[in-house]
Design a protein around this ligand. Structure first.
Ligand code: MLT
Length: 320
């Protein structure tokens, strides 16, 4: 028995080919090779080049750079699985893949701590004016008297979404002594409510009561533009908006207007509708703290994403 399954294993593996289309850590590539797959690594492959070779592969691994469109999927004759080393699936036409029986796997657990930590970092940066404080020091200025901030303790944070990242932000916010409100599609478990000492509220209630509103939902047809003029108008005057999820969840024109008019006190953004952003109006506002989509850009998150996606693909492709 044992030798029969040993014989069939390697021969199946040797036929399987994986294409890595975006930069991922070596550890996952080594695992795939160790499992016997033939792995090609082309982290700069263009969409035209990918179209020309896609029919040769059983598995694709992408991050956010590669767009896996329905046109690409149509040509993917032997593709069985698309692995996303990370969370967001908005660069993959999941419906088109599923129609063709191609599995789409991701690693939502991998960057969750890093993204949650960045979220708190951005809130602190905005609360204490850290970017301008650093900038002024580098320019040889001592602006102690002008740099007045506010503390997190005692503030109310409203989390839209309480998944992998939202839950971690809630825990960190609680440790800072903040009151946590959250809204999500499905009711939370009593354990979560007890652990976080948080309130599960409607979106409107959350917007009205929070000093800080932070977004932690994926980009879908339902969430695209979910924070627009109406929602920003419901927020407390002077409140801040934090977005480390996906840019297109927020109507950026409406946000620009709310920040310019003083309706909102500030915004902390790691993500943009177009990346890199071509329109710099939001980014150049003095009450906006911004980073270039670095939520998952830590050594730990990238190693974990690479390892996990490799393991999930191996398990999927070698299932009996
Ligand atoms: C993710 O969805 O994994 C993160 O936003 C990181 C990224 O896409 O680069």
């Amino acid at each position: 028995m044992a030798s029969a399954s040993f014989k069939s294993g390697p021969s199946k593996r040797q036929r399987l080919r994986v294409l890595v289309c975006d930069p991922i850590k070596e550890v996952g590539i080594e695992r795939l090779r160790g499992a016997g797959f033939k792995v090609d690594v082309r982290p700069k492959i263009t969409s035209e080049e990918l179209k020309a070779v896609i029919q040769n592969y059983d598995a694709l691994i992408v991050r956010s750079r590669t767009k896996v469109t329905s046109t690409l999927i149509e040509r993917a004759e032997r593709l069985k699985v698309i692995g996303r080393a990370g969370v967001g699936l908005d660069n993959i036409d999941v419906e088109a893949a599923e129609k063709r029986g191609i599995a789409v796997l991701n690693t939502p657990e991998a960057p969750a701590d890093s993204t949650a930590e960045l979220t708190i970092g951005l809130i602190l940066a905005l609360a204490r004016g850290i970017p301008s404080a650093v900038d002024s020091m580098k320019k040889g200025k001592w602006l102690k008297g002008r740099l007045k901030g506010w503390q997190l303790k005692g503030k109310t944070i409203g989390l839209i979404g309480l998944g992998n990242v939202g839950l971690r932000v809630a825990r960190l916010a609680k440790a800072f002594g903040m009151k946590v409100l959250f809204t999500k599609r499905t009711p939370p478990s009593p354990d979560v409510l007890q652990e976080l000492e948080a309130e599960f509220v409607s979106l409107e209630d959350l917007l009205r009561r929070s000093d800080i509103v932070s977004l932690h939902v994926p980009l879908t047809d339902e969430t695209r533009g979910m924070v627009g003029t109406r929602e920003l108008g419901l927020m407390k005057r002077g409140a801040i908006l934090v977005n480390t999820s996906r840019g297109a969840i927020v109507d950026e024109e409406a946000l620009l207007e709310a920040l310019r008019s003083g309706r909102l006190g500030g915004a902390a953004l790691d993500v943009y509708t177009v990346e890199p952003p071509r329109d710099m109006r939001l980014i150049q506002l003095s009450n906006v703290v911004c980073t270039p989509h670095i939520g998952a850009q830590t050594e730990e998150a990238q190693v974990e994403a690479s390892k996990l996606i490799a393991e999930k693909i191996i398990q999927y492709l070698l299932q009996p």
